[in-house]
Design a protein around this ligand. Structure first.
Ligand SMILES: N=CN[C@@H](CCC(=O)O)C(=O)O
Ligand SMILES: [Zn+2]
Length: 412
């Protein structure tokens, strides 16, 4: 099956050869071809170039993209898509002045979501999650990471991971699963955090490895949740079970978790709303991707990751939604890209690199998605007619997407 997209006003994020990620000044370069064509064969990018160089080939379908742009779909490397119900009432508490920590202290927060999830069947949870996955695909996401972490018991953590496995079986976009058992200490273990961590390492991780239920391991490294020592314990145990670390760190305080993440070769360190100069220094020259989650900063009214300073120091950056019921109940990568430009002062080129190529790297998917490169999946966004790609972040809250293709098949 061959599809030809012709007369594309501008084809974005064109990489002749695959690059793992871009950092520092390279982030301001977004390679494009104006008046382009793109040929897709059996779901894979087969060829592309300028229309002037196009020589006719037999195709099954031709899409005339005059006035429109094509870019790789968004790569959302940090979500908590599997959850039960929502936390609308906490939203109102927050408007009335309670902080994220105040809400958690009065029994809300992660433990509230865990209670709801424990009471929900696997089938129901699958249906709720599927609705969210369909919603984010329609918004242009074509690769996604999904975490556990609202189960907090053996059975419920496995239930979450099995929901993710079912999604992997039923969808053709790449999905990566992360075991986030160390998201919060459940009430049954409130005086025995070490016992809970041991249960994660000794009981759950072997089962996850045996059933191949996750690629990554995560920890919420934060005051009141898990210390740096706890985080290292979990990363160490995860590694023993073949799970690569990706950690929640520096959301509210900088307690040394970034340095630990780097030490354990974490694939990414995520949140980073509070960054010291030492944290930035620790990330330099490493393979650990810093991931900013501006939707969370927006929703909780907490600082934005100092992305400008980080990129100007030579670091790479990825952008993700953190879609979850407590701190970012939205999986809209278009909004994330806008917020990165408006609030974190990224240029559109930097934000698009962060939300595609660098996001793919933060999931270990840099050879499969994230750029227009021959051999990668044809996971594509076809925009409406727009004047320049700056219009995507500029017109925040407005959907500029006409169609989304996953493996060359239109899903929207
Ligand atoms: N901060 C930790 N975990 C999630 C929020 C969890 C929740 O509030 O339900 C996050 O990434 O923001
Ligand atoms: Zn998160």
């Amino acid at each position: 099956m061959r599809i030809l997209f012709k007369n594309i006003k501008e084809l974005l994020q064109v990489r002749e050869t695959s690059v793992d990620f871009v950092s520092g000044k390279e982030m301001s370069q977004l390679p494009t071809i104006k008046k382009a064509y793109l040929l897709v064969e059996d779901g894979i990018i087969k060829d592309f170039g300028a229309m002037t160089d196009f020589s006719n080939v037999e195709t099954d379908e031709v899409v005339d993209a005059s006035g429109k742009m094509i870019l790789p779909t968004w790569c959302d490397s940090h979500t908590h898509l599997v959850y039960a119900g929502n936390r609308e009432s906490e939203f109102v508490d927050k408007i009335k002045g309670l902080s994220y920590q105040d809400i958690a202290n009065k029994g809300g927060g992660i433990l509230n979501s865990a209670k709801k999830l424990q009471e929900t069947t696997e089938d129901d949870l699958y249906q709720q999650t599927k609705t969210r996955l369909d919603e984010i695909i329609a918004l242009g996401t074509g690769a996604v990471e999904i975490k556990s972490g609202y189960g907090l018991t053996e059975g419920s953590e496995l239930k979450m991971l099995r929901v993710i496995r079912r999604l992997k079986e039923n969808y053709s976009l790449p999905i990566k699963a992360t075991f986030l058992g160390a998201h919060a200490v459940p009430s049954e273990y409130k005086d025995d955090k070490a016992g809970y961590l041991n249960m994660l390492a000794e009981v759950l991780m072997p089962k996850i490895a045996e059933e191949n239920l996750a690629e990554f391991v995560d920890v919420f490294c934060e005051e009141g949740y898990f210390s740096v020592a706890d985080t290292e314990f979990v990363m160490e145990a995860g590694k023993r079970h073949g799970l690569i670390p990706k950690i929640h760190v520096n959301q509210f305080t900088s307690i040394g978790g970034v340095e630990s993440g780097v030490k354990f070769n974490a694939l990414s360190v995520d949140h980073l709303e509070e960054m010291t100069d030492d944290d930035i220094e620790n990330l330099k020259g490493t393979k650990t991707m810093p991931v900013a989650l501006p939707g969370c900063s927006f929703f909780l009214s907490i600082p934005y990751t100092p992305a400008r300073k980080m990129i100007d120091s030579g670091l790479p950056l990825a952008l993700a939604t953190d879609y979850n019921p407590g701190s970012s109940p939205s999986g809209n990568m278009n909004f994330v890209v806008s917020a990165a430009c408006i609030k974190m002062k990224l240029t559109p080129e930097e934000a698009i690199n962060a939300a595609t190529l660098n996001g793919a790297y933060a999931m270990g998917l840099q050879n499969q998605v994230g750029s227009i490169t021959k051999g990668k999946d044809a996971n594509l966004i076809l925009t409406k007619s727009i004047n320049s790609y700056n219009f995507i972040p500029y017109s925040f809250g407005v959907n500029q997407i006409e169609s989304v293709y996953i493996k060359g098949i239109p899903v929207v």
